[in-house]
Design a protein around this ligand. Structure first.
Ligand code: FPP
Length: 218
């Protein structure tokens, strides 16, 4: 969800206003995903690298996650979204972890769309954590194959990523779902996240649908 800061700056607003504007586009986009038949949507909300931001911005974001949980989770629940979180939970404030668990419990029976929120998430951390757990479980190295490895990821049920949308024109992966994006198609747009509309989301999915995916074949 890149570009909140620049969106705010271009309006002479504080960065927090950009993050708030970023939250306001969530529900229409999740609804659009449901209408398009997208079964899984993953949103990158806070990376393991984002702790390096000024402490005031980190605190603002943590407060915003809590507010978003309170304001959006009930309506997403009514619309049939199942919410799950990806990332290292132990480093997050206690109240944020509680809100995450409540959201997961409340929505666990829903089936219209799975919405994953990557929070304190890093693709490399996910791979390191998977390796650690495999070693702790005493797996025979020769028994480890791609399927075994995938079963140790944060949410093994997350399917491979079909389409990765990157807003604000950044041409980087930024440590996002490194395992799951192996064959992802990319859609990069200059649009800043708060301006990313359902119409553009539809265009991104249409562009994906028109591509031929060879996955290393011919
Ligand atoms: C990146 O834009 C955005 C973030 C680090 C925060 C995104 C989080 C939200 C929109 C809140 C969503 C909350 C939930 C629970 C889903 P940036 O600040 O890097 O923008 P810039 O690149 O223009 O500076």
């Amino acid at each position: 969800m890149d570009g909140n800061g620049r969106w705010a700056k271009s309006r002479w607003l504080p960065r927090a206003a950009g993050h708030r504007a970023g939250v306001s586009v969530l529900t229409p986009l999740i609804e659009t995903a449901g209408e398009l038949g997208v079964r899984t949507l993953t949103l990158y909300a806070f990376s393991t690298e984002n702790w390096a931001r000024p402490s005031t911005e980190v605190e603002t974001l943590m407060t915003l996650f809590l507010e978003t949980a309170r304001s959006k989770v009930p309506e997403l629940n009514e619309r049939g979204a199942r919410l799950r979180f990806l990332g290292r939970r132990e480093h997050l404030p206690h109240r944020v972890r509680e809100a995450m668990e409540e959201a997961e419990n409340l929505t666990s029976g829903n089936g219209v769309i799975d919405v994953y929120v990557a929070l304190n998430y890093g693709g490399r951390s996910e791979l390191v954590d998977a390796a650690r757990r495999m070693i702790r479980d005493g797996l025979d190295p020769d028994a480890v194959n791609e399927a075994t490895f995938a079963s140790y990821l944060y949410a093994p049920e997350v399917p491979e990523i079909d389409l990765l949308i990157r807003t604000s024109g950044e041409l980087r992966v930024s440590n996002f779902l490194l395992w799951q994006i192996a064959y992802a198609e990319f859609y990069v747009t200059e649009t800043l996240w708060p301006d990313f509309s359902p119409e553009e989301f539809r265009r991104a999915v249409a562009s994906f649908a028109a591509r031929s995916r060879r996955r290393g074949g011919v």
